[in-house]
Design a protein around this ligand. Structure first.
Ligand code: NDP
Ligand code: BG6
Length: 490
């Protein structure tokens, strides 16, 4: 049985899509495992008028269990509801009284987690009122969880951070990036720092390039009002991709603690080259999907303006100006409505300096590069491509793959990212959350690309649904005499 954790949770935006779809089911998983037991209470809030019982019924329904499930009923009985407009200062007193009641009822020691699952424009307001109206005046811990997006550029992120910092210290702020809650993303550190054969080769002497692909099969769906103001660059690159890249690029931390890991990630991001106009134009390409067989073009999706120039695809080349990575590019790409849904990292090693098997009489195909692939999702695993002798007479070589995949049973038992991250918040472990410095360096990099794009008129649409993006994404890497490891029709 897991160690029981004690806390009150207040979910702002407690009737929203994220809360019902991800947050409550993840908390129920923690309840089933014993991390949450007797000593927890939950207040859901939004403007909707609901009784405690109505809210409990909705929470119960979100768990997707049988009506008779006693464990789920007991879990849902810890939830209460307060209708509350987050801009209404007076109402925070009502919320405070309810919080104090639950604190006594469940013996919560004044521990409070404020989860802001709301439109980002409210983050600063809520944080301010939590402090001024005394909800944080307790003897226990007070932590605030912030959903994405954290700003829409460096300036707005900075303002938001200033607003939060008036009420909470950096160690009390947990900025969610759900990719950091994924099993295989956490495995990047295990593979790098747990294996001499990996880490000793993990530099520009042996690695030719690293490729990070976050490919999505679905389009914008019902989220156009958010997505059309964000685009793939802000939605995926600024946060998820920059986090993955910093884990791949960082030096070994002094210890495996949030402070030391974050320090190394920040150091890596500081050495990421921030592009000037010419570099941004050359090293980044954007795309927008057109119509496919049975698929509307992005510009014809619901709530998307017909002349939208929003990016639904990004590919780019990142360069780190430091001793470890100078000369070894990181190529990244992500997009909606691509060939398939998957996330992977391909680490392409340099070929042997001399190919002794390639002599005229041998007719051997040239040696291929070794590639370490980390499959993040949907199947979790690794693959290492080596060159080996082809079985039989003569001396030919061929690439072979050493594969390891997490089996179906273990994969089913893998905690959902939100389950893991909520658990970390209860423990006070910030390792898998984005620090302000990480966020700020990521925005500084992304802002430069955005600024250049804002000055140029794109030729959209430029890729078809089911492809791997625009031709320019292939040209970007081919220009460097390389190619994407994952590509269609190879
Ligand atoms: P929804 O629009 O589904 O929910 C918003 C919630 O906020 C509702 O409960 C709404 O209830 C409440 N709300 C809105 N205005 C107020 C107000 N003035 N006072 C009090 N409550 C208010 O959003 P999501 O759940 O989809 O998203 C929440 C956050 O999570 C956002 O920051 C989003 O970017 C982020 N996120 C969401 C993801 C998802 O898959 N949904 C994925 C990644 C991040 P009411 O209108 O009744 O007040
Ligand atoms: C979210 C983005 O952060 O990540 C979405 O806002 C995207 O646009 C999603 O679809 C992808 O997450 P996952 O876990 O499904 O790869």
């Amino acid at each position: 049985m897991a160690t029981e954790r004690t806390s009150l949770f207040i979910f702002f935006g407690g009737t929203g899509d994220l809360a019902y779809r991800k947050l409550y089911p993840s908390m129920f998983n923690l309840y089933k495992k014993g991390t949450l037991r007797e000593h927890f209470g939950v207040i859901g809030t939004s403007r909707e008028k609901l009784t405690d019982q109505q809210f409990q019924e909705k929470v119960f329904k979100s768990l997707g269990v049988a009506k008779t499930d006693k464990e789920a009923q007991k879990f849902a009985s810890h939830f209460v509801y307060e209708a509350h407009d987050v801009t209404d200062k007076a109402h925070y007193q009502v919320l405070k009284n309810r919080a104090d009641e639950l604190d006594k009822q469940y013996k919560l020691n004044g521990n409070r987690i404020f989860y802001l699952s709301l439109a980002p424009s409210f983050f600063g307001t809520v944080a301010g009122f939590l402090k001024t109206e005394g909800l944080t005046d307790t003897d226990g811990f007070n932590r605030v969880v912030i959903e994405k997006p954290f700003g829409r550029d460096y300036d707005s992120a900075h303002q938001l951070n200033d607003a939060l910092s008036k009420s909470f210290d950096e160690k009390q702020i947990f900025r969610i990036d759900h990719y950091l809650g994924k099993e295989m993303i956490q495995n990047i550190e295990a593979v790098r720092f747990g294996n001499t054969i990996v880490e000793s080769l993990w530099n520009n002497r042996y690695i030719d390039n690293i490729q990070v692909t976050l490919s999505e099969k679905l389009g914008v769906e019902e989220r156009a009002s958010y997505y059309d103001n964000s685009g793939a660059l802000r939605d995926m690159v600024q946060n998820h991709i920059m986090q993955i890249v910093s884990l791949l690029a960082m030096e070994q931390p002094v210890s495996f603690t949030d402070v030391d890991i974050r320090a190394e990630k920040v150091k890596a991001l500081r050495s990421l080259r921030v592009y000037n106009v010419a570099e941004a134009s050359t090293n980044f390409v954007r795309g927008q999907y057109g119509a496919g067989d049975s698929q509307r073009a992005y510009r014809d999706e619901d709530n998307v303006p017909h002349d939208s120039n929003n990016d639904t695809f990004v590919a780019g080349k990142l360069l780190f100006d430091n001793y470890r990575w100078s000369g070894t590019p990181f190529y990244i790409r992500t997009g909606k409505m691509l060939a398939d849904k998957f996330t992977r990292v391909d680490v392409v090693f340099k070929k042997p300096l001399i190919d002794i098997f390639s002599f005229p009489q041998n007719h051997n195909a040239p040696l291929e590069a070794n590639v370490l692939t980390m499959y993040i999702e949907p199947h979790a695993g690794f693959s290492l491509r080596l060159n080996a002798k082809t079985n039989g007479q003569g001396f030919q070589t061929e690439p072979i793959d050493l594969d390891y995949f997490v089996d179906a049973k273990d994969s089913k038992a893998t905690p959902e990212p939100y389950e893991r991250l909520i658990h970390d918040v209860m423990k006070g472990d910030g390792t898998n959350f984005s620090s302000w410095q990480e966020v700020s360096y990521a925005w500084r990099f992304v802002d430069q690309i955005r600024k250049v794009w804002d000055l140029q008129q794109p030729q959209f649409p430029n890729y078809t649904p089911g492809s791997m993006g625009p031709a320019a994404a292939d040209e970007l890497i081919q220009r460097d005499h390389r190619q994407w490891v994952y590509r269609l029709n190879k």
